[in-house]
Design a protein around this ligand. Structure first.
Ligand code: TRP
Length: 507
């Protein structure tokens, strides 16, 4: 059916869209925050190891899977391992949907801060009224929490979802036209920020910290766990996204080249973003707290507020950059989910996009709930932010790794890594060697299993995540979040898997 399967107009269009998906808030904010948390330059070594061992090989695997089958994640896995594998596919897409829901809530706050940049965000007077009335919060800190505690954010969520819907409505073609314009624009904004950051007095100090290694922290397994989960997130692996995007490519395309280009574009963006953020912070000796959201919403803005000129302009530029980086990522997930539904249920595209966008919008609104549960701001402030923190723990720190683990096993052992490698090498200029089989079959599953096992062990040792900061009066909130995540992913994945069989796979 021609309507169901559109194609990318060009290879450049595909690479831009895929790198737009990979480059997101993760590159600009989470990377810098992790690098800071884990001791500056020390983070690079686990990061580069994760990049070579896990990043490029798994990217290659997900791309070939899509291009070879011409199907989205669940059906392409179905072809390999029937229903059990299809279940993993749906599970991955649903887990990614949870991430997408709160990611859009964060994007909505970014939009709010962008609007605020034109209004009172940079005033130096503390904010003392409103939701967190008893606290006098300095700006932009105060502005952020005032916004979080207001119902306006729900409007912002609706706006972000409307944009997603518009861009994805016509599939690869409309995604391509949007990313062709947005992704280069994003690079331009980044370059402007770096030039500003590094040319500030003392700005180079930040760059220095970022690049000077501290080897002692490398003995800490947390650093490795951070690097490996960051790699999945930043490259959009384990979401089913790259498979869906690659399914719109011609069967014969050089996937080694594609995988390498996307990975390098993503990671170089991450490096230079780290440079911009660190130099900005050091020029004004703002010492970041490790929390990632604080980095994005008040630590960097605090630095910007101290710029000698063009505060409003640079502030707007920063939030605008974050916004388009995030938007080109969130659309990729909507597409991954929609493509999976189209493969199986043969709905009209418009209907699938509408259903996915509207129902996810409701989910996003839960993460933007402004109800203040923690007026002293000891942990997360509002109900929405608390939920976000809890769900992020499950779907990000565990979910992506779980998908990666099963993906490697299904392709490595059930399909056969060597068989997929033959397919890869048929159309690539650079041949992939036997080492790829070893990485997919053994090395990556073992590493991922150790990381997950270590996480579960800390969970058992210290109690369920979030018990300490869940809201007074609702002590079961952390269990609720775990249960809701589990039923949303596992329950719905079962439903989607067993609802019916793929029409073209019958008989
Ligand atoms: N790679 C993105 C980043 O680094 C994250 C991401 C990609 C994402 N696709 C997504 C998040 C879809 C949510 C939904 O920021």
């Amino acid at each position: 059916m021609a309507e169901l399967r559109s194609q990318w107009g060009s290879k450049v269009g595909f690479v831009l869209a895929a790198s737009g998906s990979a480059i997101g808030l993760g590159n600009i904010v989470f990377f810098s925050a992790n690098a800071y948390k884990y001791g500056g330059g020390a983070f690079y070594i686990p990061y580069i190891v994760a990049f070579c061992v896990l990043g490029i090989p798994i990217m290659l695997m997900e791309l070939v899977l899509g291009a070879h089958t011409g199907k989205a994640f669940p059906q392409s896995l179905y072809r390999i391992g029937r229903r059990p594998a299809e279940f993993i596919g749906w599970w991955g897409v649903l887990n990614a949907t949870v991430i997408c829901m709160y990611y859009v809530a964060i994007l909505a706050w970014v939009l709010g801060m962008f609007i605020g940049s034109m209004k009172g965000l940079w005033n130096t007077a503390p904010v003392t009224s409103g939701a967190f009335g008893s606290l006098a919060l300095p700006n932009p800190f105060g502005y952020f929490f005032e916004m979080l505690g207001s119902w306006d954010t729900l409007w912002y969520v609706a706006i972000v979802w409307a944009l997603n819907l518009l861009i994805v409505l016509r599939g690869a073609r409309s995604i391509e036209s949007a990313t062709r314009f947005l992704v280069p624009l994003m690079w331009l904004c980044m370059v402007a920020l770096i030039v500003r950051g590094v040319s500030l007095p003392n700005g180079e100090q930040g760059a220095y910290l970022l690049f000077s290694p501290n080897f002692t922290v490398m003995a800490d397994p947390e650093v490795w766990k951070g690097a490996f989960s960051q790699m999945f997130f930043t490259l959009s692996l384990g979401f089913g996204i790259m498979t869906a995007y690659a399914s719109y490519l011609p069967k014969k395309s050089d996937q080694v080249h594609n995988a390498a280009t996307i990975c390098f574009l993503n990671c170089s963006f991450e490096f230079i973003a780290g440079l911009a953020v660190f130099s900005l912070l050091f020029a004004f000796s703002v010492v970041p707290k490790a929390s990632t959201l604080s980095m994005m919403f008040f630590v960097v803005p605090q630095g910007i507020a101290k710029l000698p000129h063009f505060v409003v302009g640079f502030g707007m530029l920063f939030f605008f950059l974050l916004f388009i980086a995030g938007l080109t990522s969130s659309i990729s997930l909507v597409e991954a989910f929609v493509a999976s539904i189209l493969d199986k249920f043969r709905w009209r595209r418009k209907k699938a996009v509408l259903v996915v966008a509207l129902s996810s919008m409701l989910g996003s609104m839960c993460f933007a709930l402004p109800h203040v549960v923690d007026p002293t701001l000891a942990s997360n402030g509002t109900l929405g932010l608390t939920l976000l923190d809890l769900f992020d723990h499950w779907s990000f720190s565990y979910g992506l790794l779980i998908v990666g683990f099963f993906e490697c096993l299904i392709i490595g052992w059930v399909f056969g890594a060597h068989k997929l490698r033959e397919i890869i090498n048929r159309d690539s200029t650079l041949d992939v060697g036997w080492w790829w089989d070893a990485l997919i079959k053994v090395v990556n599953p073992v590493i991922i299993a150790v990381v997950i096992g270590w996480g579960i062990w800390t969970e058992v040792r210290d109690g369920l995540y979030g018990a300490s900061f869940t809201v007074k009066g609702i002590p079961w909130l952390s269990w609720f979040a775990f249960g809701a995540w589990f039923f949303f992913t596992t329950g719905l994945a079962l439903v989607f898997t067993f609802w019916r069989t793929y029409r073209e796979e019958r008989g």
